[in-house]
Ligand binder design. Structure first.
Ligand code: FAD
Ligand code: FES
Length: 292
């Protein structure tokens, strides 16, 4: 989080410690890099060189770090040739990358509380943030929306969540064990899931809170652009501050090419201007985003 000394972006070589297959073409890549493990904070990403054939690296958020083991975890979904090749990487493979890249989420202090909205692999940076906040004693909950098989094992929730019915009670075991109350949402009929958009579940939750608790809530969002736009509307509706980690197509990853720009509100005739997601972001205030 951004209450730590600035990090230096540099080229690194890490080694694959483990590559765990998950449902729906997803996998967790555990990379050995003691220096990255010590430095990365929630929001950072690494810009990975796939191999000699691919000119452009692939940006991937950090999902967690284990300083003692000297490793970082990445949650990746295979969607194209680069990520498909990464899915096949075995133990010991050398991985060249830039890191740590980007800014980080802004920390909150108690009695602040965090509500996270994640879609797909947008779960990765928010899991890292959620665990970090819980360690600091911050009340943290996470809502996950998916239309495919979720990456992690689910089970019946042990802890209640304001605004969710008893029938909407599946939870990610690994996050609940870490102290993060969480629920799942999908548009399909799935027992244990909230039926609807994940942002509708967030709205139900915020509606059920007393104003004093709502005022202490900060939203953190990462996922597909339409989901982030819906989350920005929820934040606006309830007067809640929020931050979003953006995904954009990227080239250099160090601010030199403007290949990754996003529109942010600005005092221009158009009402917006460009910011580079790789170095000005990927984390932006929700209210600053100009999401079409
Ligand atoms: C800051 C940041 C963090 C990210 N974190 C993760 C993560 O934690 N886990 C993860 O699985 N992915 C993450 N991504 C997305 C990931 O970088 C892309 O999925 C990856 O680069 C695709 O490479 P590819 O060669 O497999 O697919 P390509 O062949 O390059 O693309 C396949 C398809 O996906 C589209 N696509 C590619 N990249 C993006 C993108 N960035 N946004 C929207 N559409 C895209 C292409 O247009 C194409 O249709 C992140 C992206 C950014 C910018
Ligand atoms: S990817 Fe080149 S400026 Fe962001």
């Amino acid at each position: 989080m951004n209450d730590h000394p600035p990090t230096t972006l540099r080229r690194l070589t890490a080694r694959v410690r483990e590559n765990r297959r998950l449902p729906a073409g997803q996998f967790i890549l555990t990379l050995e890099s003691p220096e990255l493990a010590a430095e990365v904070r929630p929001g950072h990403f690494v810009h990975i060189q796939v191999d000699e054939v691919f000119t452009l690296p692939r940006p991937i958020s950090v999902m967690g770090s284990d300083v003692e083991a000297g490793t970082i975890d990445l949650l990746i979904k295979s969607i194209g040739e680069g990520t498909r090749r990464m899915a096949k990487w075995g133990k010991g493979r050398a991985v060249r990358m830039l890191g740590p890249v980007g800014n980080t989420f802004t920390p909150i202090e108690a009695p602040g509380r965090a509500l996270m909205i994640a879609g797909g692999v947008g779960l990765a940076p928010l899991e890292f943030l959620a665990r970090t906040l819980v360690e600091r004693g911050i009340e943290t909950s996470l809502l996950f929306g998916t239309e495919t098989d979720p990456p992690f094992a689910t089970r019946l929730a042990q802890r209640p969540f304001d605004g969710a019915d008893a029938t909407e009670s599946f939870t990610f075991d690994r996050l609940e064990k870490a102290g993060v109350i969480n629920r799942l949402a999908t548009l399909a009929e799935r027992p244990g899931y909230f039926k609807g958009f994940v942002t509708d579940l967030a709205r139900k939750h915020l509606n059920s809170l007393p104003p004093e608790q709502r005022a202490r809530t900060t939203l953190y969002v990462c996922g597909p652009t339409p989901m982030m736009a819906a989350a920005a509307r929820v934040a606006d509706e309830f007067g809640v501050h929020g931050e979003a980690s953006l995904e954009a197509h990227m080239a250099c990853g160090f601010g030199g090419c403007a290949g990754c720009v996003a529109k942010v509100k600005a005092d221009t005739p158009e009402g917006w201007w460009y910011k580079r997601v790789c170095v000005d972001g990927p984390v932006f205030s929700l209210s600053s985003l100009h999401l079409d």
